[in-house]
Design a protein around this ligand. Structure first.
Ligand code: 5AD
Ligand code: FES
Length: 345
């Protein structure tokens, strides 16, 4: 097993069967051996700097019905909201003062926000904060729409592929959504010039280690600028309410593997990771992640953006999360930095 990790460290690649073997047979010892290397690679590329992104969850309306997600359209218990332009700009203002230089606009796939409306939001934020990067995380759109977002000033786009296996994708999504279209969107975003992030959940229902190996291989081939992964966590109002949540150990192992496969890629220690373990985000950083994405959404809507149960930070103000994370990072020897945190070759 250690030889496989050495090979990954030296060459940044493993064959599919080697990945499957590693995922099936890892132990605490092997994880520690991996994390020493993945942490070193992160340190060599980013020092002890942790990039931050201010997350603005601006709508929880969604026209899609992903089976795992708490804000999918068929959840009649979801209390729906949209932030106004003023509210979004006020989140940015607070965020800017707190040192954020990237704003992530995340939302359900909400038809209310036409291409023109999104373009207007991007332009307003960019003119008020020209030194900040804007990341969009608003799902699948046409090539033309993506291009308009980019031309309006959006810099980055997050769109997790969720699983790179067609049959698995179909078990997690209704028939209207396809892996082929998801991948086409990712390639379109890259061609247009966005810094692109993809990723997947660990422990989603029906997932096998072979699926995970294929996720890693798809990401290797796609070469994203950012990779977001986190454990699947059931939501009470979805058909997967009774499924098991993803494993902390496996999520951390995958962060370590991804860091060795992609030394310079931006990897967040996600909120979902912090939700399944009180020290989850710290453990993510120590496994090779280098980004945190605290929430800037107004406190009165926080608990409504509920993709999964027991999400952390739903009662805290933006400033509380910012300083909480600063303390958490300092305790493990890292610093939050005031920086756009762009991908660098
Ligand atoms: N558990 C964990 N992550 C989830 N996401 C959606 N629902 C859940 C869940 N129940 C993730 C998806 C999506 C991202 C915004 O949140 O991977 O891409
Ligand atoms: Fe939100 Fe700690 S990061 S309370």
């Amino acid at each position: 097993m250690k030889e496989l990790i050495d090979k990954l460290y030296e060459t940044q690649v493993l064959e599919r069967k080697e990945l499957v073997h590693l995922l099936n047979n890892f132990s605490a010892d092997i994880s520690d051996y991996l994390f020493e290397k993945s942490r070193l690679v992160a340190k060599n590329n980013f020092g002890n700097s942790i990039y931050t992104r201010g997350l603005i969850e601006f709508t929880n309306f969604c026209k899609n019905d992903c089976y795992y997600c708490g804000i999918s359209k068929s959840n009649k218990n979801a209390d729906r909201y949209r932030l106004s332009m003023e509210e979004i700009l006020s989140c940015c203002e607070t965020g800017y003062e707190l040192g954020f230089r990237t704003f992530v606009l995340q939302g359900g796939d909400d038809g209310y926000y036409s291409v023109d409306k999104v373009v207007e939001i991007i332009k307003k934020i960019k003119s008020a904060y020209p030194d900040c990067a804007i990341t969009l995380s608003i799902g699948e759109h046409s090539y033309e729409s993506y291009k308009k977002f980019y031309e309006a000033g959006a810099d980055r786009y997050l769109l997790r592929h969720e699983t790179a296996t067609d049959v698995h994708y179909k078990k997690l999504h209704p028939a209207e959504l396809s892996l082929a279209n998801r991948k086409q969107c990712l390639y379109n975003l890259k061609e247009i010039g966005f810094q692109v992030g993809t990723g997947f959940m660990i422990g989603s229902p029906f997932q096998t280690v072979e699926n995970l190996a294929d996720d890693l291989l798809f990401i290797k081939e796609f070469k994203p600028h950012m990779i977001g992964i986190g454990p699947f966590i059931p939501h009470k109002d979805t058909r997967f309410f009774n499924e098991k949540q993803g494993s902390l150990e496996l999520t951390l192992l995958l962060i370590g593997i991804l860091r060795l496969m992609h030394p310079k890629v931006l990897i967040p220690a996600t909120t979902a990771l912090g939700t399944i373990d009180p020290k989850g985000r710290e453990k993510g950083i120590l496994a090779g992640a280098n980004v945190v994405m605290p929430n800037l959404s107004p406190v009165n809507v926080r608990n409504k953006y509920s993709l999964y149960d027991n999400k952390i930070c739903t009662g805290e103000e933006a400033a509380e999360c910012r300083f909480c994370l600063q303390n958490r990072m300092q305790k493990i020897g890292y610093e939050l930095v005031i920086d756009r945190g762009d991908y660098k070759e």
